[in-house]
Design a protein around this ligand. Structure first.
Ligand code: SF4
Length: 465
């Protein structure tokens, strides 16, 4: 699975907002490594700098100096919709209206074909769902609508997941879809009594890194508008009926451990997942280890609750960018070895509990177990801190179809045999929810098949999807 994207918006008069945005994007690098971009309003025009690559590769200091002004938005991208090449990097710019506008999007729209056709457009002529939204907004603005109202018209017809930031001459708008699939939070620079600026970002560590205090999360369907005069809010879109549906995998895997989501720190939730998994699926073993990075807190929790010592068994190469889909099992195994290497002295002759966050295709897990056995493990017991991944995601996470999801096509016994481990257990959905501290406030469609928003294709057990 690949993360979707990270977004940032900052308004702070008298501050070097492009430098602040750079730091915030750096804190959100884990949400997308394909491309990065920034847009500011400078000298009566919007300037966009974007390119393929990591944040540190895309922005030289000369580029940051040129991105002056007091308003900025930024984006880190992993493509779940549209092309992965440079042209689809964000922010997306349109010259409509007096100043034009720029838009950056985390999520995935599920009704792009209908949206495009209703406007007389071909969805294949659009670079991405974000490009389509920008085009529809531009048409409304060209027809005389103010951008904030155009956002209500266009996003009111959109289905799926979107946490979006939009820059125009004198404002940054931040909108979250009616289900709240993807996170988005608001922070304040300066003090309560004397605010010096405002920041919106996908995750709270992006606020921390620029010295902004966390204020609150943007609500489902809410639009926050930030200008040099402060922050205003309006309920742009009717919230979906029922509870908020933040992606449960933000807690399991996507978000940084130091991120706060719905009042819960992700690291604490992950530790608790491990504790509950130990009570639910105990096993006799010598050492508990996590698959870096997101499996490690859950492994610590498992060790604490089981009394089995925690140890490090895998070293992760932190400089791996995007890897390519390897066509053969041998090449896939090589891909795992590029990312992870065993600490042999902690493994040889040991019965291992290995805690990982998920199993999608199973190929990586199988290669990992083979590597641990080669390093001398006598037993490998896999404990997974999410329930079986059975259904594809349409809300901004890149997942395979049902054909390629291991758990959709195999029993746990068959998966155990395929992966080559001694035992395999998944946390139950009830325990996962208990670990997070939320009951019904998360999307869990990829675990249950209960999709809270319409999907672009019919989903059924017999379908390829
Ligand atoms: S389907 Fe799964 S991955 Fe997608 S938003 Fe829902 S919980 Fe997250």
């Amino acid at each position: 699975m690949k993360e979707a994207c990270g977004v940032v918006g900052i308004v702070a008069a008298g501050r070097d907002v492009s430098y602040l945005c750079y730091d915030a994007l750096y804190a959100l690098q884990h949400r997308g490594q394909e491309s990065a971009g920034m847009a500011t309003f400078t000298n009566q025009q919007i300037t966009v700098v974007k390119d393929n690559g990591l944040v540190s590769h895309v922005f030289a200091e000369t580029a940051l100096r040129a991105l002056s002004g007091s308003l900025v938005i930024g984006h880190t991208r992993y493509s779940t919709s549209g092309s992965a090449n440079w042209t689809a990097a964000q922010p997306v710019y349109r010259s409509a209206g007096q100043s034009g506008f720029a838009l950056a999007h985390n999520g995935n729209l599920t009704n792009t074909t209908a949206l495009a056709e209703a406007a007389g457009l071909s969805v294949t002529s659009m670079l991405s769902d974000s490009d389509l939204v920008a085009e529809l907004l531009a048409r409304e603005v060209e027809s005389g609508a103010v951008l904030a109202d155009a956002l209500g018209h266009v996003l009111g017809r959109a289905e799926g997941a979107f946490s979006m930031v939009i820059l125009e001459a004198d404002a940054v708008h931040a909108v979250r879809d009616p289900h709240g699939f993807r996170p988005l939070c608001l922070g304040r620079l300066g003090t309560d009594d004397a605010p010096e600026g405002w920041v919106v970002a996908s995750e709270s560590p992006a606020l921390d890194v620029v010295g902004a205090a966390f204020v609150r999360e943007i609500l489902p369907g809410e639009m926050v508008t930030i200008t040099n005069d402060g922050v205003t809010s309006r309920q742009l879109l009717e919230p979906a009926s029922g509870a908020e549906k933040l992606c449960i995998f933000e807690f399991v895997y996507f978000a940084r451990p130091d991120t706060y989501l719905m009042g819960h720190q992700v690291h604490t939730s992950r530790r608790r997942m491990g504790e509950l998994l130990a009570a639910q699926s105990p096993v006799a073993a010598d050492i508990v280890m996590g698959v870096p990075d997101s499996g490690v807190p859950a492994a610590e929790g498992y060790a604490k609750a089981s009394g089995i010592p925690f140890g490090y068994g895998l070293v992760k190469n932190r400089y791996i960018g995007r890897t390519f889909i390897a066509p053969t099992q041998n090449q896939r195994a090589a891909g795992v070895r590029r990312k992870l290497n065993p600490l042999r002295e902690n493994i040889t002759g040991q019965r291992l509990v290995v805690v990982d966050d998920s199993i999608v295709r199973g190929t990586t897990t199988r290669a990992l177990v083979g590597m641990l056995r080669d390093a001398g493990a006598t037993e490998v017991h896999l404990r997974i801190s999410s329930p079986p991944f059975m259904w594809p995601c349409f809300y901004g996470i890149d997942t395979p179809t049902r054909d390629d999801l291991l758990a959709a096509n195999h029993t746990v016994a068959e998966m155990t045999e395929y992966i080559g481990c001694d035992s395999l257990e998944f946390i139950s959905l009830a325990n996962l929810r208990a670990a997070i501290g939320l009951v019904d406030e998360c999307c869990d469609a990829c675990l249950t098949g209960h999709y809270p928003a319409p999907t672009p294709v019919a989903i059924g057990r017999a379908s390829r999807w």
